[in-house]
Design a protein. Structure first.
Length: 174
């Protein structure tokens, strides 16, 4: 897929991020894959709403659009508190979500390529991301196909819910 516009996001785009998350969650739920993001829409969760608003105003949000429709979101910045700290300067992928109607067309890969370019522009040689490592590990394998290498595994304890298994992945940049 080569025909999409990539643009920086802003405060008005929190609703776009929530829609993409809602659609992805519904897609996962329909496939019985509820461990990653649960079963509830992000747009009804005050914590996720605040997170989307922070991403939209934080300067690290990028949106992929096809014919004016947002089909993917990327947020880059600093690592989340629940992952092991990096030992060198890095750019961290805080969010990558794509519209499932465009699955298989390379939207996610092109957003990650943009993240790598942003890291290079900042003269940072390490791009990191974390993802859900449960179920059959398909998401970890997808990131590996994008040039990332799995490093640290971790678990996020969630009161009243099962622990969330995570995987940190890195990509070295020339």
């Amino acid at each position: 897929m080569n025909e999409f516009l990539l643009r920086p996001g802003g405060p008005a785009d929190a609703a776009v991020v929530l829609r993409l998350l809602d659609d992805a969650t519904a897609w996962l739920v329909a496939r019985g894959r509820t461990g990653q993001w649960g079963t509830e829409a992000a747009s009804t969760d005050p914590r996720r709403i605040a997170q989307a608003e922070a991403w939209a105003t934080g300067g690290g949000l990028w949106l992929a659009q096809v014919a004016g429709r947002p089909v993917g979101a990327l947020v880059v910045g600093t690592a989340t508190e629940y992952v092991p700290a990096a030992t060198e300067p890095e750019l961290y992928v805080n969010l990558l979500v794509t519209d499932r109607a465009y699955a298989g067309l390379g939207v996610g890969g092109q957003l990650l390529a943009h993240a790598a370019q942003l890291a290079r522009e900042r003269r940072v040689g390490l791009l990191r991301v974390d993802c859900y490592a449960g179920d059959d590990g398909a998401l970890v394998r997808w990131y590996e196909r994008q040039g990332f290498t799995a490093t640290d595994r971790f678990t996020v304890d969630r009161p009243g819910r099962p622990p969330w298994p995570g995987q940190v992945l890195i990509r070295r940049l020339p």
